[in-house]
Design a protein around this ligand. Structure first.
Ligand SMILES: [Zn+2]
Length: 298
């Protein structure tokens, strides 16, 4: 029967894809690499929890009271005068310009930045080297016409990558943390929630960072380190092409996957912000990978 033949072909194809996935080197989706996200996630959870615990809740009145007062929010109760003061809600950008973000909030965040940065650098270094080892192993079995470099792990590139990546990451994380807190303050002012509720809302925001945001950053950074090692080692072992292999793709990743095989050095893919990229991830939590391809010499 046609249908059953078709079905069995699909099953076969599905099996085949699983096999390919299992043997893709430096694949974020592979079980052994997925495990690499866990220590990163734990470091980040500890970091956000530390911020949560160190936050000066008892001073929240002194810190944000002036903003709440000058921006027209009511610091007492959620009275019945809600309709009387429209149009005085500060934007997060306005709130970001206020003093508390330098001191004490900025100081608080800076105090722990260096620590998380050096931890994450160590983690990314390890992930990059793991991906590198998988690529080199793959190269041993697939590229026969080229000597495989025998210089041990590519330490210098690993350090350079992890160092630069984490410096940028931590700066972005600090900004994002401040933006999130500014939004909580802004929302609390808009809703005329008063200072006690503001403290509670800040705690809730930190606890969301501890849970969801830690996981997001850990996944994205693991994928990034693996894919960078894919690119660097591909150059070393003479891989000439690549193919974007999707997992749970969004529309952007689907389009990347549909490009088929492309030369290694090209950047024909798009990230979700419209930039052109040479490798995944295309967005936070992206699980896509690259497959190495040997292009026919023209
Ligand atoms: Zn993706």
């Amino acid at each position: 029967m046609v249908t059953s033949l078709k079905e069995s072909l699909w099953v076969e194809l599905d099996e085949l894809l699983k096999v390919i996935e299992a043997f893709l080197p430096a694949n974020p989706q592979a079980a052994e690499n997925d495990k690499l996200t866990k220590p990163v996630e734990k470091d980040l959870r500890d970091y956000f929890r530390t911020l949560e615990q160190a936050f000066p809740y008892s001073d929240v009145l002194a810190i944000f009271g002036p903003i709440v007062a000058t921006q027209g929010g009511q610091t007492e109760s959620r009275g019945s005068h809600k309709a009387e003061k429209p149009g005085s809600i500060p934007s997060p950008a306005t709130i970001m310009e206020a003093d508390p973000w330098d001191e004490p909030i900025g100081l608080l965040i800076n105090a722990f930045s260096k620590q998380i940065q050096s931890r994450l650098t160590g983690r990314l270094l390890n992930i990059y080297l793991t991906g590198s080892a998988q690529m080199i192993e793959w190269g041993r079995t697939k590229t026969t016409d080229r000597p495989i470099f025998n210089e041990g792990p590519p330490m210098r590139q690993a350090f350079e990558y992890a160092d630069a990546r984490c410096a940028r990451l931590v700066t972005q994380m600090d900004t994002e943390t401040k933006n999130r807190l500014a939004k909580v303050v802004g929302d609390s002012i808009r809703d005329k929630e008063g200072i006690p509720n503001l403290a509670r809302n800040i705690r809730n925001e930190f606890s969301d960072m501890t849970k969801y945001r830690s996981e997001t950053i850990a996944r994205t950074e693991t994928a990034d380190a693996l894919e960078q090692s894919f690119m660097d080692r591909s150059h070393d072992i003479g891989v000439t092409g690549k193919r974007w292999i999707t997992t749970d793709p969004c529309d952007v990743c689907m389009a990347n996957g549909n490009l088929g095989t492309v030369p290694l050095d090209e950047a024909p893919y798009m990230d979700v912000w419209g930039g052109s990229i040479e490798r995944p991830p295309a967005h936070p939590r992206c699980r896509c990978a690259l497959a190495p391809v040997m292009l026919e010499e023209g």
